[in-house]
Design a binder for this molecule. Structure first.
Ligand code: HAM
Length: 419
């Protein structure tokens, strides 16, 4: 039997789990600092939750099948539709704003590359019920707080921010009907990834002419809000919205982490306003996280819309970046004490000692077999334990135990009662 996991999926050995638990603790900690509450949902969802017709990659990558009851189901490729389902389920009883986070495993049948897997865990942080960009400003602050927790700085990465209403204004000025907005956004997101001819062919299928594609590219290639005002030539509320967001970032103190970049459009159909994605400044990695505003998702599920925005942050690319920057922590098994009896006749004392220490809240690894002291010390060092507590016949006669602090090397005998 092959022991490796399926292509694009990962096993998590204890040493991998240590890293993963550390990362998730940081996700949770950053969300907690901003008052977000954790939720979860089943990994298996009804396929119809993801049936969208805008040509998104994600809908072609579903791990979908028919279950034994003949229902079309799929492993979730992302969390946002499940979140929308939960919000709709709560209906009028939901207190707004709702600030929720989750760390779901998501499944996409991807072509695997560096940073792209067929399963990944994705920290999702979302706010429902706030129509203004104060919500986006708060989400960006969560992301920056998280990056800082890990020791990253604004020199390591940038969060590129834009707003889909820019593209909407361009399309409206060219009399392109509203229903083409989402599919055009999905195509524009592919501009840097696919050859121009392929994009033009897909645009032609939407009856969008090459001249319109030129105009879109022209607008989206500006790099400052001032320049944009000139290109758009007119009164566009979206410019005010972007300015407000950047001013809020300035007030919070993280504006150095942001850059305005109209080429950010995002590949998911449901975004309606602000969109953002973080990239490493070295430019070697894929997007580290991405999100935006999606004020009209609930009505696509037959519900009443509630303004919403949020982001998804994967567990794969960030670890690549931390490796590159030498910022991965040295993590040990976190064992306080290794307890062992030098002779089998003292095993009962060793067990009582372990129980006593555990009652005090210490993490104790009790040696379960008759082992030599040399093995015990070597193993205790290997797992990074804090102390070895040894029960030896001579000391025990005086109701004492031998304690060695492995970090300092200090050895002492301690009375059992004082332990
Ligand atoms: P997304 O851009 O598809 O957005 O994914 C968000 C993040 O998840 C990416 O930036 C990346 O870190 C990670 N990610 C996605 N696919 C993979 C993969 N195959 N392997 C490794 N990491 C991956 C969404 O999914 C939106 N639902 C996010 C959102 C939440 N928008 C609003 N709220």
């Amino acid at each position: 039997m092959k022991t490796s996991p399926l292509r694009g999926t990962r096993d998590f050995f204890p040493e991998d789990m240590r890293l993963q638990n550390w990362l998730f603790a940081n996700f949770r900690d950053a969300a907690r600092k901003f008052g977000f509450e954790e939720y979860d949902a089943p990994i298996l969802e009804s396929e119809e939750l993801y049936i969208r017709k805008a040509g998104e990659e994600i809908t072609a990558q579903l791990y979908n099948f028919e279950d034994k009851g003949g229902r079309r189901v799929t492993l979730r490729p992302e969390m946002t539709p499940s979140l929308a389902r939960l919000i709709l389920q709560k209906g009028g009883s939901l207190t707004l704003p709702a600030k929720w986070f989750s760390i779901p495993q998501c499944w996409r049948y991807e072509r695997t590359t560096r940073g792209r897997r067929r399963e990944h865990y994705q920290w999702n942080v979302d706010i429902f019920g706030v129509p203004g960009v104060t919500a986006e400003a708060e989400l960006l602050a969560v992301i920056v707080t998280f990056f800082k927790q890990l020791g990253l700085s604004e020199n390591d990465l940038k969060i590129r921010v834009s707003n889909r209403k820019l593209l909407q204004s361009v399309l409206a000025a060219l009399d392109i009907p509203d229903e083409k907005f989402a599919p055009v956004c999905v195509l524009v997101d592919k501009l840097e990834k696919l050859p121009r001819e392929a994009i033009e062919a897909d645009m032609a299928a939407l009856e969008i002419k090459p001249a319109v594609v030129d105009r879109i590219i022209e607008t989206l290639s500006v790099r400052s809000l001032d320049e944009l005002e000139k290109v758009l030539d007119g009164d566009f509320p979206v410019i005010e919205e972007l300015k407000t967001l950047f001013n809020l970032a300035e007030a919070y103190g993280y504006s150095d982490w942001l850059s305005f970049d109209p080429s950010i459009v995002r590949g998911l159909a449901y975004y309606t306003g602000t969109v953002f994605e973080a990239f490493d400044t070295g430019g070697t990695l894929r997007a580290i996280c991405g999100g935006g505003r999606y004020d009209r998702l609930l009505s696509t599920f037959g519900g009443k819309d509630i303004p919403a925005c949020g982001f998804g942050f994967g567990d794969v690319v960030i670890v690549e970046l931390l490796k590159e920057k030498n910022l991965l922590p040295e993590l040990t098994a976190n064992i306080d004490d290794v307890v062992f009896a030098m002779t089998e006749s003292l095993r009962d004392v060793a067990m009582a000692t372990a129980a006593k220490l555990r009652k005090k809240g210490r993490s104790v690894d009790l040696v379960l077999e008759a082992k030599k002291a040399k093995w015990v010390f070597k193993n205790a060092n290997r797992i990074g334990a804090g102390r070895v507590v040894m029960i030896a016949p001579d000391e025990w006669e005086k109701k004492q135990v031998y304690v060695k602090d492995l970090a300092s090397g200090t050895e002492s005998t301690v009375s059992y009662d004082a332990l």
